[in-house]
Design a protein around this ligand. Sequence first.
Ligand code: PEP
Ligand code: MG
Length: 553
Amino acid sequence: MPKAPLHIPHSQYSEYCFHGIPASRGIVNGNAIVIHNDLIGDYQEHISIDQIPDELERFSQAVIKSEQQFEHIISISREQFPAMSHILETYSMILMDADMHESIRKKIKEGYSAENAIFHNFNAQKQFFLLAKDPILSERAVDFDHVSSQLLSALRNKIISHQVCEDSIVIATSITPTDIMTFKQQNCKGFATEIGGIASHASILSRSLSMTSVIGINDIVHKVKTGDTIILDGNNGILIVNPTDETLSQYRQRSIEEIQYRASLGDLAHMESKTEKGTHICISANIDSLTDIDEAIANGAQGIGLLRSEFQIARYGRIPDEDTQVEWYSTCAKKVYPEFCTIRAFDIGSDKFAEGLPKEENPALGVRGIRFLLKRKDLFKTQLRAIIRASKTKNVKLMLPMITNVSEVLQTKELLEECKSELDQEGFLYDPHLPFGIMIETPASALDIESFFEHCEFFSIGTNDLTQYILASDRINEHVADIYNIFHPVVFKLIGTIVKDCNKAGKDISLCGELAGFPDATDRLLSLGLQHISISPPLIPGIKRKVINNQIV
Ligand code: PEP
Ligand code: MG
C-alpha cells in the first residue's frame, strides 16, 4: 500500500469551500490525493508503412489486455457488488465494438499511430454523445473517455488503476468504475470530481458502494493539492480545503452522528430484499420531502413508490408555479436515479390542504384528489406539464389519486396529450413513454380493476383510504377509530383480489398505504402475492428484515 501523503498543517492556510452536486451521502475528512487524468500524454502521431503490421498487433494486444482487465473487475463485481456488474459490462461492450475496431484499424493502415487512431475515434464518438439533448445520453459521453484511457494505458503497459492510500479522499477530473472499485478495496473514504452528473456511472456506483462523493466541482484538481486536509460533505455537496480547527471539530461531530446513524441500520441497507426462498420484494419509499429521500437512500430504498406532491403546497404556502414544480420533481428524480420516482398528482381536498376549497358536508366523499384536479384543469395542466418536463431523466412515473372510474383516467390522458404537444412545440424534452398508473383506494376501482388495465401500466393500493371507504369509517375521526382497522380481514380479502387480478394480467402492483409498514402485516401481504411495497423511509430496515426472514414465498 502506498504511503500516506505528508500532512501539511492546515493552520498555515486559509479555509476554502467549494460547492458541487451531492452524489453520495456521508461526511468524511482526510488527506487529498489529486489525480490528474492524463488521458493521452505525448505520443507519436504518424508511423511509417513498415510499422503498420506491428502497430495493428499492438492495438490487438491492447484490446485483449483491456478486455481481461474489464472481465476481472466484472467478475469481482458479480461476487461482491452484483448491482454494479451491468454498468461495467457497458464498458466491455464499448471496448469490443466491431465498428470501432474497424475504423481504428483503418486509421492505423493510413499511417496513424495506434494512440492517435484510438484517441480520435473515441473522441469522435464522445462528441456525438455530448451533442445529445437527452441528459442521460450526454452523460454517457464520459464512458468513451474511460474506455479509451483503459486502452491507451494498455498500449503503454501502464498500471491502469490508480493506487490510493487508506483514509484518503480522491480529487480527480473524472473517475472510472474500475478506479472506484479499487479505491473501495483500498478503504479510500470518498472522492470529488469535476465531471459527472447525478446519473453518471460514477455517481451510481458511489451510491451503491456507500462511498461519499461530490461531483461537478469546477476545476477542483487545480485548487486542491495532494496532502491538503479536506472535508467532503456528500450530504450537501460541499468540499472544504484546509478547514479551521473549529470547522474540523464541527464536521467530526456531524460525521460521528452520521456513522452512528448508519450503524443503527446495520448492513440491511445493502442487503437484497429477498425472501429465504429467493423471491425479490421491491421496497420503495413514500416521500413527503427532500429530506425523506436522503433517508430513503440511506436505508436502501429501491426508488420512490409514492411522492406526495401536495406536500409542496405546505412548503411553498401555495401551489407552486410550473418551473418551481419542475425543479422539485427533477431534484427528487435525480436523487434516486436510476431507480424510479413515482410522482402522484396533487391529492388535495378532504383532510389534506383543503383551505380555500368550498366547505363540504362530507369532504372524504367529496371533491378530493382527481375530482378536484379535473375541476381545476388550469392547476392540473400546470402540474402535468411540470411532471412531463421532469421526466427527461426517464425514471419518472405519473400516478393519479382517488380514482373511481375510467372516465377520470381518460380525461387525464387527454390533458396529458395536450400538454405533450404544447411542450413539443415549445421544444421541451421529456420521456415519451412516461409510465402512467393509478392509486387503488376506492372499492369501485378495486372491484373493477380490469377496466383500467388497458389504460394503465401500474397500480398502487392506498390502504389508508381504501380502509376508510371499505369500512365506511373516516380515517381521521377518533369516534370511529375502533372501526377504522387497517388489519380488518375484509381489507386483506380485497388486497388479495386486486393483487391476483394484476398478477394474472401482468400489471405492476404495489401497496403504499401505512399497512405495508407494519411488520405484522408483511408475511400476510407477501402470501397474497404482493412483491412491491412502498413505505415511509425509517420503516424500511424493519420491513426488510421481515422480508429476508420470510420462508413462505
Ligand atoms: C393511502 O390512501 O393509502 C395513501 C397512501 O395515500 P394518502 O395516505 O396520501 O391518502
Ligand atoms: Mg390516499
